[in-house]
Design a protein around this ligand. Structure first.
Ligand code: LRH
Ligand code: MN
Length: 425
């Protein structure tokens, strides 16, 4: 299924009058506050969120997977689904592949399919947390950290292969998430595992093309439950610093122990110019991979608040914006549309924070006023502004409403069948 401009126009029609009224009212209030609405719209439009190839199907947990039908069972169908999301929200102009779940067979066909729906390839992800059917050695006890040199070599070669695949697709970054760790005290040497990991990453780093980045993703636990080699931002940051200018830390929002102050981690990494990217999702307990902004929208706003000041006050490069979620209950495409909207809303709220007054309140130790200024932005309903930014870029005023009105899932089920399954988690 391909979403056309006619689809967008017909599904926007019933919303245009009420949207124009809501947007004009909001724009007037924002202008009164001295904000430049057109500038805000351009910034919001420029924020493009990469869609993970592994989140276009219904994920599942170890307790079960309840597929909804019409899932993309080929890489080209995954690219077409991201094309549908981008046509609706004009905010998802790239896909992030996971290798070997998405090994391209025919590069010309893949690149053509992507060009047809105006999307590109964001970071490519390696996978040394699963053994492949034809694999000679196992990653059961680790990959880049493994005490066995031949297993480390196998994992290093895999990462080099992932870079070569990404190069052919125009990707500019390799994301490395290592499950490597231990589930029992005494299972391995923390220092040897870290040293092995560093030496292995260095070999991969030296293979990076000059204009590429290595994004090092940390995670405190799962699948191991006593220690993880790259368990927190500090370890990822340490490795990124030791490796060099092309290595950065990737922040997956679900990879933090309860009550961790993620916005402070973001601020610290930006101070050092080492914030490389995000895997956006939300969670209540662990790495729940829930819809962005569905559990802790205020935390998401506070993270973007640090990003907006960080862009103004540090030389940290623009991070890679990616979602990393897994869907069990919702339609994967609707879930992704909700996640992108939540990210854009949090960014828009952070853009209207009265920075001068906030700085004055902070300098004046006026704690109450500081909170008032932040929450005034967070409590301003900016949905009409985000909708207008999408409408002006040729998208749907309400991407989810249009997704439903245009019966996208029903059409995909007709085209692909109820039992088509997507590769991935
Ligand atoms: C690990 C992770 C990582 C991916 C995987 C799909 O939990 O966040 O980013 O490789 O999920
Ligand atoms: Mn992740």
């Amino acid at each position: 299924m391909k979403i056309t401009t006619d689809h967008i126009h017909s599904s926007n029609k019933p919303l245009e009058i009420s949207h124009a009224r809501e947007f004009n009212f909001l724009a007037e209030n924002l202008e009164k506050k001295g904000l430049n609405v057109e500038a805000l719209i351009q910034k919001i439009q420029a924020l493009q969120i990469a869609i993970p190839s592994w989140a276009l199907g219904t994920g599942g947990t170890r307790f079960g997977r309840f597929s909804g039908g019409g899932e993309p069972s080929t890489l080209i169908q995954k690219i077409q689904d991201v094309g549908i999301l981008h046509a609706l929200n004009r905010s998802s102009d790239s896909i992030s592949l996971h290798i070997p779940w998405d090994i391209p067979q025919d590069y010309d066909a893949i690149l053509q399919a992507a060009a047809e729906v105006e999307i590109s390839f964001d970071a490519v992800n390696s996978n040394t947390f699963q053994d492949q059917a034809d694999q000679s050695l196992s990653y059961k006890f680790g990959s880049l950290a493994n005490n066995d040199k031949s297993i480390r070599k196998l994992a290093i070669e895999h990462n080099k292969e992932v870079i070569r695949i990404g190069e052919k697709l125009g990707s500019k970054a390799l994301t490395v998430w290592l499950a490597d760790g231990s589930s029992f005290p005494g299972q391995h040497s923390f220092r040897k595992a870290l040293q092995n990991t560093y030496e292995s990453l260095l070999e991969i780093y030296q293979e990076l093309p000059s204009d590429w980045k290595m994004l090092i993703e940390y995670k405190p636990y799962e699948p191991y439950f006593y220690s993880t080699v790259i368990s927190d931002w500090g370890t990822s940051f340490l490795l990124a610093n030791k490796l060099g200018d092309k290595a950065f830390t990737l922040v997956d929002l679900g990879h933090h122990l309860p009550n961790t102050n993620i916005e402070q981690i973001v601020a610290t990494l930006m101070t050092e110019g080492k914030l490389g990217g995000f895997h956006f999702n939300d969670s209540k307990y662990g790495d729940d991979d829930l819809t962005v902004g569905s559990i802790k929208p205020y935390q998401l706003f506070l993270i973007f608040n640090e990003l907006v000041t960080g862009f103004e006050e540090t030389s940290n490069p623009t991070p890679a914006w990616m979602i990393d979620a897994s869907h069990n209950l919702k339609d994967p495409m609707e879930d992704l549309l909700q996640s992108v909207e939540a990210i854009k809303l949090a960014y828009a709220q952070a853009l209207i924070v009265d920075r001068k007054s906030l700085e004055a309140a902070q300098d004046g130790q006026d704690v109450g006023q500081g909170q008032e200024i932040l929450q005034d932005a967070f409590r301003t309903d900016l949905r009409p502004l985000v909708r207008e930014s999408i409408r002006q870029s040729g998208g749907a005023i309400s991407p989810i409403q249009s997704y439903r009105d245009l019966k996208v899932r029903e059409t995909l089920i007709k085209e692909r069948g109820k039992d088509s399954k997507a590769s991935g988690l």
